[in-house]
Ligand binder design. Structure first.
Ligand SMILES: [Zn+2]
Length: 247
């Protein structure tokens, strides 16, 4: 099952670091005509982990970004002894605001308030509401449809459906893929990959932005239910000098 791929031990960043520079993928460049791009996320932090550098580059180029947050991430710590689901959601929304500020991104957010860990069960509603927000945008960023987290995949599928209906290109960012996949993994459509080189200042801003997700990168408390969701091994995948987008 997909969840097992996320729970299982993952691929070390050192393996990716040796492989990624050998790939002759085209460089991703935004169309100069773009003025408005929608950035879709299943949970607060997806967009920054997978495409924070892209967002910073687009914002610096004067493109207006609009965040579409499917959930507020209330499900990251079931059984927490420290935060209620509502408290966790409030914290994660605030963390997103702080992270986007680190990236120099001012993105009005549409928060759909759909259930964390339940997006595949309300995919029609997700698609309809996402389509409404994407209308009028020149491009869409969304989690990859094969990312192995059911919520990520649902948002990816909804974005692809919205893009197809509206004739808007959808670029998909992997998140958990970097954990469960391996170099040359046949489950990943590498032939569609584009690389996004991050200048040192953008990489540093992304590092600062990721650190803002305190509820995810650090334990909430000593109990097992309050452990950090994103381990240092996972976080290492998001401290690179590049991001990768799939079509
Ligand atoms: Zn997520």
């Amino acid at each position: 099952m997909t969840e097992d791929r996320i729970a299982a031990p993952g691929t070390a960043e050192t393996a990716w670091a040796g492989w990624l520079p050998q790939q002759d993928w085209p460089a991703w460049t935004p169309d100069p005509a773009w003025t408005r791009v929608a950035v879709c996320a299943a949970h607060p932090d997806d967009e920054v982990l997978g495409a924070g550098g892209v967002m910073a580059l687009l914002a610096a180029a004067g493109v207006h970004l609009h965040l579409v947050a499917a959930t507020d991430g209330e499900g990251s710590h079931p059984g927490s002894t420290v935060l209620t689901p509502a408290g966790l959601a409030a914290a994660r929304v605030a963390e997103t605001d702080a992270a986007l500020a680190e990236l120099g991104v001012r993105a009005p957010a549409t928060r759909l308030g759909l259930p964390d860990s339940g997006l595949a069960d309300c995919e029609d509603e997700l698609t309809d509401r996402l389509t409404a927000v994407v209308t009028g945008c020149d491009a869409v960023l969304a989690p990859w449809t094969g990312d192995a987290h059911p919520d990520h995949e649902a948002v990816g599928r909804a974005a692809v459906a919205a893009g197809a209906a509206l004739g808007v290109p959808v670029w998909q960012y992997p998140v958990w893929t970097w954990h469960w996949a391996a170099p040359d993994d046949p489950r990943v459509p590498w032939h569609t990959a584009h690389r996004v080189d991050l200048p040192p200042d953008v990489r540093a801003a992304k590092r600062a932005a990721v650190a803002r997700f305190v509820t995810q990168v650090a334990p909430l408390g000593p109990a097992d239910a309050d452990r950090a969701v994103l381990s240092p091994d996972v976080l290492a995948h998001f401290d690179r000098d590049r991001e990768v987008l799939l079509r």
